[in-house]
Design a protein around this ligand. Sequence first.
Ligand SMILES: [Zn+2]
Length: 302
Amino acid sequence: MSVMTVLGPVDPGELGTTLPHEHVFIDLVREYRGDGLLNDRALAVAELREYVEAGGRTLVDCTSVGLARDPLALVSVAEETGLHIVMGCGYYRDPYLPPELDRMSVDEAADTIVRDIEEGVDGTGVRAGIIGEIGSDRAHLSALEERSFRAAARAHHRTGLTITTHAARWPVGLPQLDLLAEERVDPRRVVVGHCDMVPDSAYHLAVARRGAFVELDTVQGESDYDTRCRVAWMRNLAEHGFLDRVLLSQDVCLRSNLRALGGSGYAYVPTVFADHLRAAGFDDSDLRTILVDNPRRALTGE
Ligand SMILES: [Zn+2]
């Protein structure tokens, strides 16, 4: 199976170091006024070049419906940086769900997702390579979010693409997995996102034990203490035998996340955080598992 990028299919062996949960262009202004808009193409290229210089080859852009996804801008950034960019699809979460979703049946919503995957988004011909991020705003799934999840599950069965979720509030990753299981989705094809926003290693283990990918995707945190916690959670997952279930990313989605504007940028995982992991006893083989093999397996289901 190849992986679909915005420039077309890529052999999984070519993906290399991969960030599984980022945003290049996004509009979160309704929640983050003054900070939640990434729409500057030249700035995006400059920021992403730091990731390329750090050895990055692939980035999964989880921007889905409701977040001002821009396929043609992603194409131009992929061409300029040489990065493989995998684009998302599906419906994000409350309060970003479009009013038309309320009028669709689950299968009609699934049809729109399958169209993004098989034909491309909005007539551009640019095709999605992952379903998500789809999510829950709160600690439970709202009725409309449930519809979005069922539609994503049915699109998964029709296309074989992986599902990646937004689960920022404890313990919503588990009911998300329950709902997807009801739709007969194998948890090994699901990435539970934002697990590191839940400061509870027992929760991380519970997600891993279901067979899903445990995604720590704000590893830069907001303080040294946050970073130490994330390293400790990684050690805990590895000690319990779940090294192959872990994904790392930075979820760049605000202007303040960009290096030029004072943030830690797109290269934090393969540089600063990788050094923290080495200092905590992870070796080069472990890092290859975490940064290269796990995201490839997450994307392909291999
Ligand atoms: Zn998210």
